[in-house]
Write a protein that binds this ligand. Sequence first.
Ligand code: COA
Length: 184
Amino acid sequence: MYPVRIGGERIALREFEERDLDASMAVVGDPDVTVFLSFDTRTREEQAERLAADIARAKTEPRPDYYLAIADRQTDELIGFIRIGLGGHRSGELGYALRKDRWRQGYTYEAAQLILAFAFEELGIHRIQAACGPDNLASQAMLRRLGFDYEGRLRDHVFTDGGWRDSLLYSAVSTETRSPTKPR
Ligand SMILES: CC(C)(COP(=O)(O)OP(=O)(O)OC[C@H]1O[C@@H](n2cnc3c(N)ncnc32)[C@H](O)[C@@H]1OP(=O)(O)O)[C@@H](O)C(=O)NCCC(=O)NCCS
């Protein structure tokens, strides 16, 4: 499915565009954000290449993932990313990151609710998992708030910042009555 645009109350999820380069650097170029991600902080040059690849990948069929910009609904400016990577049979993996000056305002929670509804209802995904670092208390709280269950610890799951890091695995399945709490 391309292009995707999912409108929310304060944000929209949309495809990446070339003009997102500067705004995306506030996410992938900020070590305070990338310390929690599975890749190292990127230079503008590296991000320009990645962004071009992400734009091209979105147009491949079948899509390997729905990697979308979280955009401010008023300005359409990119403030973060959210992704559902498509795995085996009707399964997916959730990931997200937001620029630091927008943290704790409910934007990622809203984005996650939008993409989860899209994945379960439009794409027919049955199981969605998410893995985050043991020190990433924000993301763990987010996943619990979204109604995900903790499944276990993945040893040496990612290589980042020069070393191996464990991950904590969470999941949600479509048959569960998930009970995410209401956003503010
Ligand atoms: C994780 C991250 C995306 C959260 O985004 P956010 O937009 O600030 O989160 P929200 O404001 O939507 O918060 C939703 C819920 O998540 C939890 N949460 C978010 N940040 C939190 C924090 N710093 N401490 C504790 N709980 C937190 C809370 O339950 C929160 O609900 P509440 O505000 O009503 O208590 C953001 O901190 C980030 O970009 N971190 C770096 C990248 C990252 O960790 N990505 C995930 C990798 S697994």
